[in-house]
Design a binder for this molecule. Structure first.
Ligand SMILES: *Cc1c(COP(=O)(O)O)cnc(C)c1O
Ligand code: SF4
Length: 336
């Protein structure tokens, strides 16, 4: 499936209605990759799946963002290991993905070459850093590694005593669910406890295939979370967001974070104001299962870390009592 991905402008124009010359300019800066499965989810020009996958000339017009707004490179003791929080580190073990999302925060990195010696250096640093109790495998997409490579990597991590948890960040259950094979699940199961956070952005991505992939992982005892990105023209609508969150719960994926998009160059057309994000959060809380309400996270520029933003429910503070509104907007006195 992966080898049949669309990676050139001419190829793309055979499948969707785009001008190959303009696309060729965009993908010089920001490469394209759409695998046949994800391509099959696109229904019409500009729909939510199209927006996530198909290069858009406006990407080149965005000069506001920076290539690395979170200063991740400054937080890396070795290339590919980001240690920003005391007890956990993100380990970038692959530079590739099953699809290149147009809004990707690691746009500068995706599409490049992967380097094996980086992995060895990362393992070494984790081994020498007893504070690291959790390793978050990310990338690119860590499930781009084949099962043998992945098993060897997990084995090396598991042998480090102070690492208690392994978390895998993979969009594969959504973008190429065929990757979630019996053998992969078998490999993962051998290295429990393993948590897997995936990434769905629109209810149209919840298909028979992706549902089966998630259920298969859940059946193996791997808790699944979802890190959705708030994206203009994709899910910046309370009704769409509610459908997505309910759909995820139904396939045994627990919504975890709703990310405010970082200001990465080439992604400005996906930007949703924080005020809109908060309105969407307001439309979730109370209106669907609390298990389906993610935390709305902003990543502070300059490496400050992720912080949750919540709609303001405290309307007024008096001595001894606060006025708090509920999800319907009614006000209540609450003794404090
Ligand atoms: C997001 C992130 C983590 C994981 O954070 P959680 O809030 O535990 O999901 C860890 N390290 C870095 C550098 C991150 O960006
Ligand atoms: S799968 Fe994740 S890392 Fe890969 S391109 Fe999409 S958002 Fe970026």
């Amino acid at each position: 499936m992966l080898s049949e991905s669309v990676t050139r402008a001419g190829q793309l124009a055979e499948h969707v209605d785009v001008d190959p010359d303009r696309i060729a300019l965009v993908i010089r800066d920001f490469p394209v990759r759409i695998n046949p499965y994800y391509l099959s989810l696109i229904r019409q020009p500009g729909d939510p799946m199209w927006r996530q996958a198909v290069p858009d000339p406006v990407e080149l017009a965005d000069t506001a963002g920076s290539a690395d707004p979170l200063c991740e490179e400054a937080r890396s003791p070795v290339p590919g290991l980001i240690h920003r929080y005391p007890d956990r580190a993100v380990f970038l073990v692959s530079d590739r993905c099953a699809m290149h999302c147009r809004f990707c925060m690691r746009k500068r990195r995706v599409g490049g070459v992967s380097r094996n010696d980086r992995i060895a250096a990362g393992i070494d640093t984790i081994r020498r850093t007893p504070d690291i109790a959790e390793v978050v495998l990310s990338g690119g997409d860590p499930l781009m590694l084949d099962d043998d490579r992945l098993a060897r990597l997990l084995d090396q991590i598991r042998r480090i005593n102070h690492v208690r948890l392994v978390r895998i960040h993979s969009r594969m259950p959504c973008t190429l669910p065929h990757r979630i094979t019996d053998n992969l699940v078998h490999v993962l199961k051998a290295f429990q406890p393993i948590y897997l956070n995936t990434h769905f952005n629109h209810p149209g991505e919840i298909t028979e295939r992706s549902s089966a992939a998630c259920v298969r992982l859940a059946d193996a005892g791997i808790p699944l979370g979802c890190q959705t990105v708030l994206l203009k023209g994709v899910n910046d609508d309370p009704a769409v967001m509610r459908r997505l969150m309910r759909g995820l719960l139904a396939i045994r994926v627990r919504p975890y974070y709703l990310h405010q998009l970082d200001r990465v160059r080439g992604t400005g057309h996906f930007h949703v104001p924080v005020a809109t994000g908060l309105q969407i959060m307001d439309a979730l809380r109370g209106h669907l299962s609390g298990m389906g309400v993610p935390h709305y996270m902003v990543d502070l520029p300059g490496g400050g870390g992720k912080i949750p933003l919540t709609p303001n429910y405290v309307v007024d503070k008096h001595p001894g009592r606060w006025t708090i509104r509920n999800f319907e907007g009614r006000h209540f006195n609450y003794p404090v």
